[in-house]
Design a protein around this ligand. Sequence first.
Ligand code: NDP
Length: 253
Amino acid sequence: MDESVLYWWLVATLFGLAVITFLALLFVTAPYGRHVRAGWGPRIPSRLGWVIMESPAVVVFVAIFALGDHRAERVPLLLLGLWLFHYVHRAFVFPFRMRVDGKSMPALVALLAIGFNLLNAYVNARWISHFGDYPDAWIADPRLWAGSSLFFVGWMINVKADTMLIELRKPGETGYKIPRGWLYEHVVNPNYLGELLEWIGWAIATWSLGGLGFALYTFANLAPRAVSNLKWYREKFGDDFPPERRAIIPFVW
Ligand code: NDP
């Protein structure tokens, strides 16, 4: 099969996975973090799990990017920088900031995430460095600037929100508390909201179907989990939990 045909099949797979993931997560909450539970096979340490499941989004993405015909052009390199700005932190910094000593996750969760990250890395890296066309004039295109700006706003929200959660625990603690202040007064997962804004920004900056597929997948993955988290907070903290808080979109959902 010609690679360009395969490419569009894989983009279609990304969209299909978004739909399947959204429907599946409405019924089954992914068993990691606060939702970890027995019955999902052998476990690995959480920190290790995060590094191995997110590192393909750095290593494989760079390798595929480096094979593209446009790998040395200015705009593809700029987009590579945007992607790595998020994923170097996610794969190699965030796991070492989390306070999850002694916690574990099913190896299956890590395996499924690796599979997704391989597909997503191929679809997005191959587009920006090979199949897509980003002449130098794209640098002046409002889509690049609006998308990149949204990406950075999302990144700042994501990292600030994760940092606030991390700081709820003293080193060595593993329990849960009610987060207070800032966007936490409105939603239980501003970190997911920030992540979603980042990938919507990426879709706009790259103006690509692969980018749109990833943004949709992020919504499909994180919105149902935020709903499960809201339910979990209400059950765990009862009347102490502020009733007006939503799941992921302030005042809406
Ligand atoms: P969570 O908000 O569930 O947890 C983030 C960290 O904070 C974990 O270490 C967690 O510990 C800790 N934590 C959470 N709530 C509390 C609390 N109430 N009290 C004390 N500590 C708390 O996020 P996820 O683990 O689901 O995701 C982590 C990051 O990865 C996020 O930035 C998210 O956006 C991103 N992500 C992106 C995905 C995508 O599709 N693009 C998919 C999944 C995640 P513990 O692990 O012990 O629960």
